[in-house]
Ligand binder design. Structure first.
Ligand code: FAD
Length: 410
């Protein structure tokens, strides 16, 4: 019987493993290899940063998220040997008939010129806890939020985090003692979603007293004098520095020679197949060009986001099942995605659309409201729960999606 190995137990890995286990007879082995026995739900890191969640609210044992019958190997993958269909890990070697690579994107703060412990981030679990402690003591001054480089996970997350920092300080009566600057090398927020959405997001930032600075390409930080140096711009002063660190593909994927010139793993945009037989890749690790350019010489890429990892995982699971059953697959990833942007005050905006749209992605943003925030909270609870509780939350979520005619499915 066939053996399917899934590398990575994050969003894409969990969804694909569960669907394969649900649909394939038990004789087919589903093996998930993940280095971390605890699963952290990244979209909630920002609530950890504002003290709205405790660590235990946004993390769970990985095994609680996985259906019975999935073999879980807690180990670090060190080498992917495509020729011999084998994965070497810190806990033995595993051969496969089908391989799904869902290893995500690593944060690489060490690539920052001028990196030291003075930098804060809400892009990691530990970083969010540390930033909460810092924000509690921060009473006045300038906060700089800096997108260090592209690409980064979830185009909406840096905006969301900044709005939540503004909201936290406002609630503590500090708005007029604090200035927030947002610097990014991009020409607008979320360029992949088009200029109209960019203008709406800039308005949202400005209405929360956040100054948006586009086309600021980071050169280095001087953490002694608290200055940021950008390409062709005057240095900027700060009192508190919050960064979206550089991202790169996990070392095992680079060392195994699977990345292209982008540094990521190229796949067929519709089938998620790599150029190697029966090897698929999904989620943040992939490099997927999409229609449109945001600069004459820069192609747009499918954003790295959990919603895509989730949808792609379902497509790949279905395609593997069709391959096993020797039927032509009708399952294709069509580029649909959405994003909830927390705006503070328990409200959020909602953007959705077709990222494969021609001649450029077609993304629409719905105005800020409580229902989108509630949707995000329910999604968080649904993702992190199991058993009967999960089924109940799923019914509530599906009812809400139908009631508000939201063009998504879970
Ligand atoms: C602050 C923040 C907020 C976000 N908010 C949203 C949001 O609102 N909506 C949204 O759609 N997306 C959001 N995202 C992005 C989302 O979390 C990622 O896009 C998503 O997790 C990608 O899924 P994945 O399966 O590709 O990778 P991941 O979920 O990152 O999983 C990769 C897994 O591989 C494991 N791994 C890596 N290397 C190895 C190795 N060598 N051996 C074994 N295991 C390994 C990792 O431990 C990890 O568990 C957010 C991200 C952040 C940081």
């Amino acid at each position: 019987m066939k053996k399917i190995i899934i590398l990575g137990g994050g969003i894409g890995g969990v969804v694909s493993a569960n669907l394969l286990r649900k649909k394939l007879p038990i004789e087919y082995r589903i093996i998930l290899i993940e280095k971390n026995p605890v699963h952290y739900f990244a979209p909630s890191f920002m609530w950890l940063m504002t003290g709205d969640r405790k660590s235990s609210n946004i993390s769970t044992k990985l095994e609680r998220l996985l259906n019975p019958g999935i073999e879980i190997i807690i180990a670090e993958a060190n080498n992917i040997d495509i020729t011999n269909k084998n994965v070497h890990t810190s806990n033995g070697n595993y051969d496969y008939d089908f391989l799904i690579i869902a290893l995500g994107a690593d944060l690489a703060p060490e690539l920052i010129n001028g990196y030291n412990q003075d930098l804060h981030t809400f892009y990691s679990f530990e970083g969010s806890i540390k930033l909460y402690e810092r924000l509690r003591k921060f009473k006045s001054g300038t906060i700089a939020v800096v997108v260090c480089s592209l690409p980064y996970k979830c185009p909406g997350a840096p905006i969301e985090g900044t709005l939540l920092i503004a909201d936290y300080l406002r609630k503590n009566g500090l708005s007029d003692k604090i200035k927030i600057n947002y610097f990014t090398p991009e020409p607008q927020p979320m360029p992949v979603a088009g200029p109209e959405l960019g203008s709406s997001v800039i308005k949202l930032l400005e209405s929360n007293n956040v100054a948006f600075h586009p086309l600021y390409t980071l050169e280095r930080f001087d953490t002694v004098n608290r200055e940021i140096f950008f390409d062709n711009k005057n240095p900027e002063k700060y009192d508190l520095l919050v960064v979206i660190p550089p991202h790169r593909s996990p070392q095992v994927v680079r060392d195994s020679g699977l990345t292209n010139e982008s540094g990521w793993l190229p796949v067929n945009p519709q089938t998620l197949e790599t150029k190697y037989e029966n090897v698929f890749a999904i989620g943040d690790i992939t490099s997927v060009p999409i229609p449109g350019r945001w600069k004459p010489d820069v192609r747009m890429m499918l954003p790295k986001a959990g919603v895509f990892a989730h949808n792609q995982a379902e497509i790949v699971a279905e395609r593997i099942i069709d391959k096993i059953n020797q039927i032509g697959s009708k399952h294709f990833f069509k580029g649909g995605g959405y994003c909830v942007i927390e705006a503070g005050n328990k409200k959020a905006a909602f953007a959705y659309g077709n990222f494969y749209g021609e001649p450029h992605p077609e993304v629409i943003m719905k105005s800020v409201g409580k229902k989108w925030h509630l949707g995000k909270v329910f999604f968080e609870k649904w993702w992190l729960s199991s058993g009967i509780k999960k089924s109940i939350i799923e019914v509530i979520l599906k009812f809400g999606i139908k009631l508000f005619r939201i063009p998504i499915k879970i």
